[in-house]
Design a protein around this ligand. Sequence first.
Ligand SMILES: Nc1ccn([C@@H]2O[C@H](COP(=O)(O)OP(=O)(O)OP(=O)(O)O)[C@@H](O)[C@H]2O)c(=O)n1
Ligand SMILES: [Mg+2]
Length: 397
Amino acid sequence: MQLEHLPEEFEMARPVLQTIEQAGYEAYFVGGSVRDTILGKEIHDVDIATSAYPDEIKHLFKRTVDTGIEHGTVMILDHGTGYETTTFRSESTYTDFRRPDQVTFVRSLAEDLKRRDFTINALAMKEDGTVIDLFDGLADLKHRQIRAVGDPQERFHEDALRMMRAVRFASQLNFTIVPETLAAMTSHAELLRKIAVERTQVELLKLLTGQAPQQGLTDLLTTGLWQYCPDFADHKVDLERLTAQLHQGASTDLTAWTLLTTSFGLETNAITTFLKHWKTANQTISAVQMTTKMAQHLLQGSLSTWQVYQCGEDQLMIANEAAVVLGATDRSRELVAQWQNLPIQTKKALAVTGRDLMQAGVQPGPQLGAILGDLEYQVVTGKLPNEKPALVAAVTD
Ligand SMILES: Nc1ccn([C@@H]2O[C@H](COP(=O)(O)OP(=O)(O)OP(=O)(O)O)[C@@H](O)[C@H]2O)c(=O)n1
Ligand SMILES: [Mg+2]
């Protein structure tokens, strides 16, 4: 197969492949960008596989970055774009495909492709748009199937994260995992224990924000992979219910987390523990605590003015989205109106400062903060106007 009109990103990268080839090496586009182009999807990063060693690549280009020389990878910088360029490698002992513990360089593209995860990811493309398809990846793309290259058990032993990638692609692409590959995932699910949580997290979020999360979640459940996801073990029933309810992908990662914590019925402290086990950022924890609390309220009714203020506009929309998935009425319009009608939207907008209060005779110290907090509450809830004289008077009278 030959692709006629290559997307802009490939056109830009063509001279890079040509330079490598003119020096006598082979070079191909590989990975997700080839897959997504054939699917007619937008592409992000363009990866290159080559017979040249990193040192040889570095001689050919003015600007390169050593991203992983020992793994055979170097990034070529060309007109402001970076191209991850990896020397043909074969399977060896590795726990992370991107950063193998040991690399064996191989001589041919075929040997490189045969240790890639799925047939749809084992396509290569020449600079002129010719697609090299050694494992019937094109047929699998056409039939919307995810199939391990060669023996699925070997592929999953090489890198167990691939099982999570399979369920992620099932959701992202709305594809079906073929029975043989699914069976190997079921019998090897436990290998996921060896994988760093951070890597599993990336795939889980891509699953939940993908176009067919029900597909991905169903596969996560039927293969047993869910049991090796941190803190999922006690929530099989919740996950099954969520699978039935999640008709479209979550619109943000924060929504995805909120869906999990809300359907698991987690309270503030339990959310901290849960998200720490998933190794999320601290700011994610506080945001999810807020969105979860508000989603729980929304499942019961509407939010008070103070709750709307505390949550903030973006998080309100996330809480609402999660609540709607879990069965609440969509209150987005009402919430936006509530937000817009707030007398103030941030503490900064309060008409008095601590300094103003001290000038009016309030002693500095912890109670100053408490008084300001109280004024903030009175203004937000409409009990006091947001005007300096009125607020000062309320405190000093
Ligand atoms: N565990 C892994 C990770 C990656 N790959 C190979 O490396 C390519 C690039 O990896 P990556 O960028 O992680 O995934 P993509 O398939 O490109 O998907 P995305 O669009 O999410 O980047 C994959 O297509 C696949 O050929 C693999 O075989 N096994
Ligand atoms: Mg990629």
